[in-house]
Every structure is written in structure tokens, then in C-alpha cells.
Ligand binder design. Sequence first.
Ligand SMILES: NC(=O)c1ccc[n+]([C@@H]2O[C@H](COP(=O)([O-])OP(=O)(O)OC[C@H]3O[C@@H](n4cnc5c(N)ncnc54)[C@H](O)[C@@H]3O)[C@@H](O)[C@H]2O)c1
Ligand SMILES: [Fe+2]
Length: 381
Amino acid sequence: MNSFDISTKIYFGDNALDRLVEIPYKKVLVITDPFIEKSGMLALVTDRLQQAFIDFEIFSDVVPDPPIEKISIGVKALLDYDPDCVVAIGGGSAIDSTKAIREFATRANGKQIAMIAIPTTSGTGSEVTSFAVVTDVQNNIKYPLVSDSMLPTEAILDAELVKSVPASVTAATGMDVLTHAIEAYVSINNNEFSAALAEKAIEICGTFLLRSYLDNNDTHARKKMHVASCLAGLAFNSASLGLNHGIAHAIGARFHIPHGKANAIVLPYVIEFNSGINKHSKSHKEYPKCVEKYCNVAKLLGVNNFNEITTIRALVGWIQFMSKEMNIPLTMSQCGIEKREYMNAVESMAEKAIADACTATNPRVPSKAEVCLLLEHMYEN
Ligand SMILES: NC(=O)c1ccc[n+]([C@@H]2O[C@H](COP(=O)([O-])OP(=O)(O)OC[C@H]3O[C@@H](n4cnc5c(N)ncnc54)[C@H](O)[C@@H]3O)[C@@H](O)[C@H]2O)c1
Ligand SMILES: [Fe+2]
């Protein structure tokens, strides 16, 4: 038996932030990062809370790729303040930190509190997922915590907040959206509901990602990408992800490469691996099932070709074209990582990628040796 539900109520469109004036909570802990606090974006939240006479406190100690230590500090802040709602405003790091802080606080005192997630990047979809990615700095491990109890109560998608996102972050987070949608689409847990959401997200990325990268003031493109990020989040919340995210987490934890950028580098290699197109197939029937799905992805992006192999190649070429246009490196060597250091880390990264919860739903079960080979190839191709 299968089921599908969207537990998080989504407010979107112009002035969506005004929802904050109507919320039924009395005491709110606002969680964010120092940049959002200083940028004036936080005031868009706190002004509305003041307008509604809601008491609030601010915890702005979030850092990218949230380490467990910072989450413990946040848990203490939450338990001390004892709010009935937490509001997360920021990128995936702020939203994931808030989910983990709320989860651990609830486990400590048993009190259920509401959560409102307000993304300021169009990338992770974390506002509608039961995933929170945390980092164990000592052991260089980034791992997803997964529990439905972490789902935010409400999400507010107001594209006004993404206007200030720098081009490099638009590029990385946008490729994260595309990777979520593609991995959900080919996941062994995919279903008609997740597929519909993923297809729409892929279609929007094809039309609007480059536009929003090239022109900060293209409000229409930014609004579309903000919705695509959420659609892709809903898709992978149902279907989960795959090896691409498993490898990106391992690389991100070891070499501190932004999550979306790591995904973008890995994506062509994982598509080729899953499709088995580097092997010589004797007949049409020998293509793995996911090849048909990748061909659908290519069709949605307008790059399908006259047979499966050329279509997969066109898809890989399109992804590399997007990365080049958006100044994302194509290989790990282009990220400035020293070869010896990288090669020495390959085996341990492969082990972590295989152990990552996301890898379990990849359409092709990878062996450690295969992941090592993929990691070696993506160093300089
Ligand atoms: N929970 C999930 O389902 C899920 C899915 C994918 C990724 N993630 C995780 O989310 C994290 C990445 O999140 P992210 O890509 O949104 O980046 P991020 O939250 O780390 O933010 C990246 C940078 O952009 C800045 N920023 C955020 N909003 C801005 C704005 N409007 N204007 C200018 N600068 C802004 C931040 O201050 C930060 O310096 C990683 O830890 C990743 O593993 C979680
Ligand atoms: Fe991601």
C-alpha cells in the first residue's frame, strides 16, 4: 500500500509574508543566519509579528551545513524561551537547523510546537520535506535526519526574499532543484504523484533557471524557480532521492563544497552510471528502466534525440552546458582541490555515499568499487 499527502500548508504568491500577521501563535522563536539578520530580510518577519502583537525572540546563530554543536545551542535557546511556534527564515541551512532544533527540543520536553518555514533561496525544498541535513564536523559526515515529525506546519513562499540572492547561489541552488526533481523522478520509490510534481519542476528549471541566473531583476523567473524548488521538495519527500545526493553529501562534508554545486558536478556522472550507457548494450531491451525516465526528462527540457543513447548524451550535454553558462565547475579539480588529497579521500567518500540514506532509492545499486570509479572520474574527467 502506498500513500501521498502534503502535510505542510503552503502560502505563496505576492504578499505571502502577510500570513504572519494572521498566525494563531503567541510566542515565537525566529531562527536564522547572521546574514539574513543584517540584510533587513529578518525585519520583514519581525515587523509583521510586532504588528500582530506576537512576542518573539531571535536566534541567529545558524551556519551553512549546520553542525550538530550549533544545533545543541539552538535546542537550549528553544527550551529556555519555551515558544509555541518556531519561524525559520533563510536558506536550507536555517530551515534544516530549525527542524533539528525543534525535533530535539520536543524529544526533550514532549511539547509539540508549530513550525513555519520561510525559504530565502530557491533550492532545497526543505520547507516541505521531512529531511534535515546535519554535519558531523569531526568525522566529516553530512547525514540526512528523516522523520515526518520534522515536517513544517506551514511554508511561506514569497519570491520578494530571493531578489538579493547572488548569482553563484542562484546557480548552485537551482541545480539542487533540478537534481531533486530528476532523482525523485527515477527513484525506485517514484509514483504518479511524485512524478507529476517532478515533471513540473524539471520543466520550470528548463525555462527559468538560466533566466533567473542571468538577470537578478527577472521577477517572473525568480517566482517560477521559487515554486519549482517547493515542487521538487514535495516530489522527493514522497519518492526520496538517490546516489547523486549520497555522493554530494560525502563530497560536501569532506571538501566543503556548497551542496548545489556538488550536485551539479556529480549529476552527469550519475546519469551515465544509472543508464549504463557506457556499456555496450546488445539490444534495445537491455536498457535499464530508468533510461526511459531520463529520456522523458530530456523531452521536458527539449533536448530529446533520435534514440535512447543519443538522448541521454544530449541530457548530459545540456546539464554541462547549464553548469558552464552559470560558472559552475565541471570537475572536482576545477574546484581547486589538490589531486592527492582528493584521491586519498575517495574510498572513505565512497563508503559514506553508499551508507547515505538517499542512496537506498537509487535506480541502480552501486558497489563501493563503482562509486570509487565515479569519484575518480569526476576529478578531472
Ligand atoms: N532538508 C532538505 O530537504 C534539504 C535538501 C537539500 C539540501 N539541504 C541542505 O540545505 C543546505 C543548503 O541550503 P541552501 O542551498 O539554501 O544554502 P544555505 O542556507 O547554506 O545558504 C547559502 C548562503 O546564501 C545566503 N543566503 C540565503 N538567502 C539569501 C538571500 N535571499 N540573499 C542573499 N544571500 C542569501 C546564506 O546566508 C548563506 O551564506 C545544505 O546543508 C544542504 O545539505 C537540505
Ligand atoms: Fe539537495
